[in-house]
Write a protein that binds this ligand. Structure first.
Ligand SMILES: Cc1cc2nc3c(=O)[nH]c(=O)nc-3n(C[C@H](O)[C@H](O)[C@H](O)COP(=O)(O)O)c2cc1C
Length: 331
């Protein structure tokens, strides 16, 4: 199946910058799109709810201005993430804002709902739904999602436990539509590998946590730069669903990362007051395992240029088997 037109627009690298609670705001999204990757943010980051309309107006205006001034390098499209969980009491309001602004791409998480998909389709928008296993993937497509984001092991936020190779192959057995891969894709070679393994685009989150434009505290940015996969702890304590977190932030909060108690899904609370009480996403910092190559704090533009450079280097250096011997993929 051909990719929808909106995913085939000019990009500098085949990446959707994933939505991240607190971290992704208009500054980050605008710079991501200007740098040529699809930027995104969770609707819930705009608080109070009325702020969402303001953010969407600003993002659309600044991206249009950029494209008008730079027709040779137009801004990439942007996406809004909706948490489709029963505790999200803002969902109807936030979906209506996307309809009013004709947001081109909507990313849904934690629940697949036909009425949400229909609302986005009503003006020609597309919906990508994120899943951690093949069963949820089937459900989302059956209900009308246009594409899937496979959240594999090692991803930041609510990560799955399935190998990316297993997950992509299971989905590609029955689905030839838009498929993104998420989880530790913080290097250009990993982005290329995601495509070779069956994804159309990479879905990259944690790599953007340390950029200047991210709405993350200074210490969080630095911890991203200083950490590796060994500093990531997988726990369900903070939101009720398993996710990956920086060990250093758990220690700083006075807890033992190696002896965290178990929680349960009823602890999940998104929406107007969502997850504020436990301040789960504020004091305990989420991140995926793909941090080791993020060794400096830089701008979005510089990070995207780095990923592109790494991607191109991988195209030249990746050995492929030509039937007799190993040769570089390109060159
Ligand atoms: C701090 C943090 C917050 C996140 N918040 C959200 C969110 O609000 N909604 C969502 O759909 N995904 C969220 N995610 C998951 C990302 O969208 C994405 O799946 C993940 O970051 C990709 O893996 P990577 O971080 O290893 O690149 C979050 C991830 C992180 C690290």
């Amino acid at each position: 199946m051909a990719l929808p037109e909106i995913l085939r627009r000019p990009m500098s690298i085949p990446v959707v910058a994933s939505p991240m609670f607190i971290a992704s705001g208009p500054e980050l999204v605008i710079e991501q799109c200007k740098a040529g990757v699809i930027g995104s943010f969770p609707a819930l980051n705009a608080r109070p709810a009325d702020l969402l309309d303001e953010w969407l107006t600003r993002i659309q205006q600044e991206l249009a201005d950029h494209t008008a001034a730079n027709p040779d390098r137009p801004a990439a499209p942007f996406a809004v993430n909706q948490i489709v969980h029963r505790s999200n009491d803002r969902l109807d309001h936030d979906v209506q804002a996307c309809v009013d602004h004709q947001v081109p791409i909507v990313i849904t998480s934690l629940g697949a709902r036909e009425d949400v998909y229909e609302a986005i389709h009503s003006y020609g928008g597309i919906v990508l739904h994120d899943i951690i296993n093949n069963e949820f993937a089937h459900k989302a497509i059956d209900k009308g999602a246009d594409g899937l984001i496979a959240v594999a092991s090692g991803a930041g936020g609510h990560a799955g436990t399935t190998s990316p190779f297993a997950l992509l192959r299971e989905i590609r057995q029955w689905f030839d539509g838009p498929l993104l891969l998420s989880g530790s894709l913080g290097h250009g070679a990993s982005i290329l590998a995601a495509q070779v393994a069956g994804a159309d685009l990479a879905y990259v989150g944690s790599a953007f946590l340390s950029v200047h434009e991210a709405n993350t505290p200074d210490d969080y940015k630095q911890m991203i730069v200083d950490s590796t996969s060994q500093d990531i702890v997988y726990s369900n304590l903070f939101t009720g669903v398993h996710g990956n977190y920086l060990r250093g932030s758990i220690v700083a909060a006075g807890m033992d990362p190696d002896n965290l108690p178990e929680s349960d899904p009823s602890a999940m609370n998104f929406g107007s007051g969502g997850n504020q009480k436990s301040k789960a996403w504020k004091d305990i910092w989420g991140a995926g395992q793909g941090l080791a190559t993020l060794t400096k704090r830089q701008s979005v533009a510089d990070l995207v240029a780095q990923l592109r450079h790494e991607y191109e280097a991988a195209l030249t250096s990746t050995p492929i088997f030509d039937g007799t011997e190993l040769r570089p993929l390109r060159g």
